[in-house]
Design a protein around this ligand. Structure first.
Ligand SMILES: NC(=O)c1ccc[n+]([C@@H]2O[C@H](COP(=O)([O-])OP(=O)(O)OC[C@H]3O[C@@H](n4cnc5c(N)ncnc54)[C@H](OP(=O)(O)O)[C@@H]3O)[C@@H](O)[C@H]2O)c1
Length: 338
């Protein structure tokens, strides 16, 4: 396992992070997974044994239950809290009460206390906003997050699911007002969905913000277990829950290329799809999700996969996005400014 600095910080996180969205099974998240304490303990233990030091959860996952299972697991396994980097998130709706949603100071302050309780800890290493909140002034959100860092309840703050202009605006606000600054972006990025390369990855490189990749198998699609014609449908989350959205033709062209490559390497399509992400320089960590111990075992082996330059070129070609303005014009005008 390799460890990378999280953005510009001095904090090192494992190149694989354990995702916890399959823990619990309440509300909307029932469709994703419903692992109980025993299975959670087994997944957490195996991850730690494999060298993972980074765990990602969110207050909304199974309505708080995922955080509870994670916190209990750390206790059950006798793990040292300080050896772990615990990340959680705030913004989602936690109840029907009018203020129990969003990135207002009130909701953030209330939810951080709840998350600390559920996780059975007195600090959160990385507190992330789950998405932009267009109804709350950015300065209110960043002011509240800065107070949490200063109080010691939170070590670093991160963002998730933001447009490039929103993230850049937030980074600049923090710089000019000397408040805590987002050190990472958690975003969807796969070989079948390279949209992030248009605006956000250049921004992350420029601003030295870390990248945590979510749904690295596009919800299981890139494990190779689904077929293009939907014959031999395996059971799995994507059968009834078509998320994240993908261009199916492109995704299956990629899978068709990954399959023989996987056979030649004695590996699986899932391992190759994850390894492709690990080969992308902007990626700090890939958040892996599993519903079964075998899936975790499979995914952990991704760190040992290497690609030749030729293979990476083939994968780049099959997964290339159609060009879009201003990208194609910047490419032209940039030719003599390299
Ligand atoms: N910030 C955000 O908005 C956001 C959004 C989504 C996720 N996340 C984070 O990212 C983590 C990972 O997301 P994800 O669970 O969607 O990741 P994913 O890797 O795209 O999908 C994981 C799912 O794919 C299937 N799978 C995994 N490994 C497999 C294998 N080797 N072979 C066959 N099937 C396999 C399992 O589902 P089935 O068994 O049901 O097929 C598993 O639950 C989450 O736990 C969460 O921490 C964040």
């Amino acid at each position: 396992m390799k460890y990378n600095f999280l953005g510009k910080t001095g904090l090192k996180v494992s190149e694989l992070c354990l995702g916890t969205m399959t823990f619990g099974g309440k509300g909307l998240f029932k469709a994703v997974g419903s692992l109980g304490q025993e299975s959670v303990d087994a997944l957490v233990k195996r991850s730690i044994d494999a060298g993972i030091n980074f765990i990602d959860t969110a207050n909304v996952y199974s309505e708080g239950w995922s955080e509870e299972l994670t916190g209990q697991s750390i206790r059950n396994l006798g793990l040292h809290r300080d050896d772990l980097v615990l990340a959680t998130k705030v913004r989602g709706k936690m109840s029907d009460k009018i203020n129990d949603i969003g990135l207002s100071r009130k909701h953030i302050m209330q939810q951080v206390e709840q998350s600390l309780k559920r996780l059975q800890t007195d600090y959160i290493d990385l507190y992330q906003i789950h998405s932009y909140d267009p109804l709350t002034p950015l300065e209110e959100t960043l002011g509240a997050l800065d107070d949490l860092v200063r109080s010691g309840k939170v070590r670093y703050i991160g963002a998730s699911n933001m447009a490039a202009w929103q993230l850049m605006k937030a980074l600049d606000y923090s710089t000019y007002n000397q408040v805590a600054k987002f050190v990472s972006l958690q975003a969807y990025y796969t070989i079948a969905g390279r949209d992030l390369e248009r605006e956000l990855i250049p921004l992350l490189n420029d601003q030295k913000v870390g990248l945590m990749v979510w749904s690295p198998l596009a919800g299981g699609l890139l494990s190779g277990k689904y077929s293009r014609d939907e014959q031999n449908k395996e059971s799995g989350r994507r059968v009834n829950f078509d998320f994240p959205p993908v261009n199916r033709d492109r995704a299956f062209d990629i899978i068709d290329l990954l399959k023989p490559m996987a056979v030649a390497k004695g590996a699986t399509v899932a391992q190759l799809a994850l390894a492709w992400l690990l080969h992308q320089p902007a990626v700090t960590t890939v958040i892996i999700g599993a519903n079964k111990q075998e899936q975790l075992e499979d995914n952990l082996k991704a760190i040992d996969i290497t690609f030749t330059t030729g293979e990476l070129q083939q994968l780049a070609t099959v997964s290339k996005l159609p060009s879009e303005y201003p990208g194609w014009m910047l490419e032209r005008t940039g030719v003599d400014r390299k």
